[in-house]
Design a protein. Structure first.
Ligand SMILES: NC(=O)c1ccc[n+]([C@@H]2O[C@H](COP(=O)([O-])OP(=O)(O)OC[C@H]3O[C@@H](n4cnc5c(N)ncnc54)[C@H](OP(=O)(O)O)[C@@H]3O)[C@@H](O)[C@H]2O)c1
Length: 326
């Protein structure tokens, strides 16, 4: 799989990233890692590498730390692997009960950013992360504290580059204004069924359009500044590619039919078309895949064989929005 130089970095990453949220045996709080989970993680990593995927996305909360812990075991079993991959993780979400008696909250404090990152490195058994993202906006954030935490982590050699997730333009710019180095990524929910980033562009100046909040200027800013746009839930959890159709809206069902038609015409799986819709965007959107299954990873990789025409792209967009362009 082609590797591209990530702007604002010296990292060469595959056009698809392997998300690790599904590793470690789910969201149960107290649970030991089993042999089955270790085997699943090893097979997942091997399948990704086999396809040429060298970019792995974590967060400290996935499976309450077990996703990173089991990935750390795989790294331990495969000498030299750490140097061949790009490792990204996230901090900033804290579960209720961490520590005992506290509510679920967001925490971009200096102490939490630094201590949560130290815990990630320990679980993964690595000396550094390539990229650390701030996971979900903390209302009480202080950009000076974030900048201090990033500086300490960088000078200690624990994190090479920093980014954010789920943040709008104003907050990104505010945090960036205090940093000596450019932010390198913003990870956002983007897919055919979650298309606010595209809707905001075509609906501007359309009084009755129900203009979606939050996206205005974010893509343009990110493209100008070299902030990589990463798409989480790029497959809408299988909604358009063979997953459970029962809860889908009529619009989503019709979109799935068009996705399948384009897939059949090209002889590729539906996953390839749903992802190709994101890949066709000139911003270089980087899908963060959520599957843990080697066969689905392979289906996703076929998206790189597909270049949608402008007409196909807009037909899919029109189907997903359920009405013609303004
Ligand atoms: N920054 C954030 O706030 C944020 C939030 C959520 C996720 N993420 C990241 O983004 C990654 C992807 O997110 P996601 O998991 O929501 O993405 P996704 O790729 O849209 O969905 C993957 C999930 O859907 C299931 N799935 C896929 N195709 C299916 C099908 N045809 N039938 C049934 N089930 C199907 C997968 O199960 P199988 O494993 O069985 O294939 C997996 O659980 C995560 O791993 C994580 O790294 C980030």
């Amino acid at each position: 799989m082609e590797k591209v130089l990530m702007r604002n970095t010296d990292l060469r990453v595959s056009r698809l990233c392997a998300g690790c949220m599904g590793l470690g045996g789910g969201w149960e709080m107290e649970k030991a890692l089993s042999g089955a989970e270790e085997r699943q993680a090893r097979e997942f990593v091997e399948a990704a590498l086999e396809l040429g995927i060298n970019f792995f996305d974590h967060a400290n909360i996935y499976a309450h730390g077990r996703a990173e812990a089991v990935f750390g075991k795989v790294l331990g079993q495969m000498p030299g692997l750490r140097d061949r991959i790009v490792l990204q993780s996230k901090v900033g979400i804290r579960w209720a009960g961490d520590p005992s008696g506290t509510p679920q909250r967001f925490d971009f404090s200096y102490e939490n950013i630094v201590s949560a990152t130290d815990a990630i490195l320990k679980r993964l058994g690595v000396e550094y992360l390539d990229i650390l993202l701030l996971h979900r906006p903390d209302v009480l954030y202080e950009p000076e504290e974030i900048a201090r935490a990033f500086a300490v982590l960088k000078s200690a050699g624990k994190v090479r580059y920093f980014g954010v997730s789920n943040q709008g333009r104003a907050m990104v710019e505010h945090i960036q204004s205090l940093l000596p180095d450019p932010l390198v990524a913003n990870q956002l929910q983007m897919s055919l069924l979650h298309h606010g980033f595209a809707e905001s562009v075509i609906s501007f100046n359309q009084a009755s359009a129900g203009y979606p909040d939050g996206w205005e200027g974010l893509f343009e800013y990110s493209r100008m500044k070299g902030v990589s746009l990463q798409a989480w839930s790029p497959l809408d959890r299988g909604a358009l590619s063979g997953g459970d159709q029962a809860k889908l809206s009529e619009t989503a069902r019709k979109t799935a039919v068009l996705v399948k038609r384009y897939a059949d015409e090209r002889g590729v799986p539906s996953e390839a078309i749903a992802l190709a819709w994101l890949l066709r965007h000139p911003a270089g959107i980087l899908p963060v895949l959520g599957t843990t299954r080697p066969d689905r990873l392979a289906a996703c990789a076929r998206s790189l064989e597909v270049t949608l025409s402008r007409e196909e792209w807009y037909s899919l967009f029109e189907a997903a929005r359920g009405r013609p362009m303004p």
